[in-house]
Design a protein around this ligand. Structure first.
Ligand SMILES: *Cc1c(COP(=O)(O)O)cnc(C)c1O
Length: 432
């Protein structure tokens, strides 16, 4: 059979390096499936990805729903009115458990993750500042425990970053945060469950201080809460665990959550909510007429599958409040078990506070172990354990295990056994 005309160089290379080029002829679907499955065996095991916050397992029923809705584009609001209605009702559901004063006046959306949510939050806060027409350059205030995306997007949006470096874990430099704001501060960012340690900022107390400062100076500075991790944890625990942190605090104007972390949905889903519609200026909403009818868009991505929103809807319906509560409490209990097992011997010291199901620890000061050799040994047993130096002025290197919903006690016991085995192997080798 005659080949269609194509460049010599393509013809020449395709047979040799099929991984780097689009195949001329393709292969059977079965062969492609088998090849890809074989290729992917080289990846780490997701169950052993200890540092990851994202969900790796959902109930079998969600596979059906995800498959069914995979090809539905969220942005086609008039073609898929029921999907749009479900989505909008989910915003109201989340607004309700985040104590929004008027859930019909909340403005929000699903996103691809908290990063997209945070971009939108900074954009909205900058716009609100711009409309006030204050002289000067906008700034944003956060502590060094903020996620990298705050640095990234503040830079993209040309906002001065006023970072307050943390000097010790579990201390919030309230005075320094307050000293750093002025009339051009578009927002203070507070974290509910920080990525590195799982600890949270004292948001209720910050709200009180800021109310007084705003009043004294006639300023209008608000708070954004980064609840990527804690947003689907705190609402299901006793109110005293985190204190007031959500829209109950009058100055909290926007909140982001990651559906794919403790919202128990696969990677690719976040949420952003604004306390009142007016906090997301109408000039930022764009109307499109490419599709049937007019639809409004304001997220960064235009096209996105509805499947993960539907998967979260399934979780809402199936688990309900009590189911989420049970799942989250189970994770916290398992995290407690893991901390206990790790501190049974005189080797590790805990740094996490136990409120979020994450266990952050380090070798005791008296113990000198090469962490990179330690984690490399664990990797031989398939465990992927991240280690990193804490940000700010803390010269502390820690390791992190996120106790996800899929991690049950027998699994954790096996993990701890392997951790100590690797530790023993390293230290006895050193001694000899
Ligand atoms: C994970 C995380 C983010 C980024 O969220 P994605 O959902 O991964 O985009 C932002 N802030 C915090 C505190 C996080 O832990």
């Amino acid at each position: 059979m005659q080949q269609p005309a194509m460049s010599d160089s393509n013809n020449h290379t395709f047979s040799k390096t099929i991984d780097d080029n689009l195949l001329q002829k393709g292969m059977s679907a079965y062969d492609a499936l088998k090849k890809i499955q074989k290729d992917l065996e080289e990846d780490g095991l997701k169950s052993h990805d200890l540092g990851s916050y994202t969900t790796i397992q959902m109930l079998p029923e969600t596979e059906v729903l995800i498959h069914q809705s995979m090809g539905v584009n969220m942005v086609n609001q008039n073609e898929y009115p029921k999907t749009t209605e479900i989505h909008n009702n989910m915003i109201k559901t989340i607004a309700h458990f985040l104590h929004a004063p008027d859930r019909d006046d909340v403005f929000g959306s699903s996103t691809a993750g908290s990063s997209e949510s945070i971009f939108l939050a900074i954009l909205a806060a900058k716009w609100a500042w711009k409309k006030k027409r204050i002289h000067g350059k906008p700034n944003i205030v956060f502590c060094s425990n903020a996620h990298l995306c705050w640095y990234k997007f503040s830079k993209y949006l040309d906002i001065e970053i006023r970072e307050i470096a943390l000097e010790a874990p579990n201390t919030y430099p309230m005075d320094r945060v307050i000293e750093n704001i002025d009339q051009n501060s578009i927002s203070i960012v507070a974290v509910l469950g920080c990525t590195q340690l799982g600890t949270s900022d004292p948001i209720g107390a910050l709200n009180k201080r800021l109310e007084a400062v705003n009043q004294k100076n006639n300023w209008d500075v608000g708070i954004h809460v980064d609840a990527a991790i804690g947003g689907f944890v705190a609402p299901f625990l006793e109110a005293s665990v985190f204190g007031s942190w959500d829209f109950e605090c009058p100055l909290v104007r926007s909140i982001n959550l990651s559906g794919h972390k403790f919202g128990l949905v696969y990677p690719g889903l976040g949420w952003i909510l604004f306390r009142h519609k007016r906090y997301f200026h109408r000039e930022l909403r764009v109307k499109s007429n490419y599709l049937c009818g007019i639809s409004e868009s304001f997220t960064i991505n235009f096209s996105r599958s509805s499947s993960l929103v539907i998967a979260q809807y399934f979780n809402f319906l199936h688990y309900g409040f009590e189911g989420y509560q049970k799942a989250i409490k189970q994770c916290i209990e398992n995290a407690r078990l893991l901390s206990k097992l790790l501190t049974n011997h005189d080797v590790f010291e805990m740094l996490s506070d136990g409120k979020i199901p994450v266990v952050v620890f380090r070798f005791k000061d008296t113990i000198r172990v090469d962490i990179s050799a330690f984690t490399a040994r664990l990797r031989e047993k398939k465990w992927m354990l991240p280690y990193y130096k804490l940000s700010g002025q803390m010269d502390i290197t820690v390791m992190r295990i996120v106790v996800r919903h899929d991690m049950k006690p027998p699994f954790l016991i096996q993990l701890v056994n392997d951790l100590f085995e690797c530790y023993e192997a390293l230290t006895t080798k050193h001694k000899s």
